[in-house]
Design a protein around this ligand. Sequence first.
Ligand SMILES: Nc1ncnc2c1ncn2[C@@H]1O[C@H](COP(=O)(O)OP(=O)(O)OP(=O)(O)O)[C@@H](O)[C@H]1O
Ligand SMILES: [Mg+2]
Length: 229
Amino acid sequence: MLDVKGIHTYYGLSHILFDVSLTVSKGEVVGLLGRNGAGKSTTMRSIMGLTPPKEGSISFNGDNITGQKPYLLFRKGIGYVPDDRRVFADLSVDDNLEIVHNRKTDWNKERVYELFPALSEIKTRRAGNLSGGEQQMLTIARALMGSPELLLLDEPTEGLAPLIVRDLEEQILKLKDAGISILLSEQNVRSALKMISRAYVIDNGSIRFAGTVSELEANDEVKKKYLMV
Ligand SMILES: Nc1ncnc2c1ncn2[C@@H]1O[C@H](COP(=O)(O)OP(=O)(O)OP(=O)(O)O)[C@@H](O)[C@H]1O
Ligand SMILES: [Mg+2]
């Protein structure tokens, strides 16, 4: 479904990603694991056309999408939840969802509230007043309104309390059950391992490991060197 081939991405003159390749197949939850500054967000931003790669290519369902604008990718079925949890602070939870509602898609508010009952209970609250965990849930819910086939989740558990992280893990597993493919970036390897079936480990802008969860669990060198677990 998603095929990233040998991308090189720069911020100005700084070369950040070196020959990054990865794939996500239909129905898979794939981890992009790595420490602070490893290149996880830059990889997501490269896929979303926010910092397009200078070399390499990205395809989605066979279409070349390298450097395409985010709104076009949203329409093609790629949902993106960036690391900054930006909600429309002055709008209610319900209006945050309504504003991105596209009548042609098969997801709507009712279906989102069914998946996230906790959001339904706070639908009239001002989004800016929600807790970090609630805002994260809302940004994921908002991405769902575009009926994504593939979701890019950039460190969804970052900065959240352990109890909230567990709720979020359950919700992400529900998305998987709903048939959505997910590329999940995480520093929190223990949390990610509960949700993913395959992982890529990135460090210093290069992929250092690619394999199944059991292969990763058995690889002490990769875990120690790049993940500190
Ligand atoms: N806008 C920018 N301009 C210049 N360099 C940047 C910019 N954003 C990130 N970088 C650099 O690119 C490298 C990769 O950063 P990136 O944000 O992709 O890492 P990350 O794996 O997402 O880290 P984190 O876990 O902290 O979110 C880092 O060295 C970072 O300092
Ligand atoms: Mg990041």
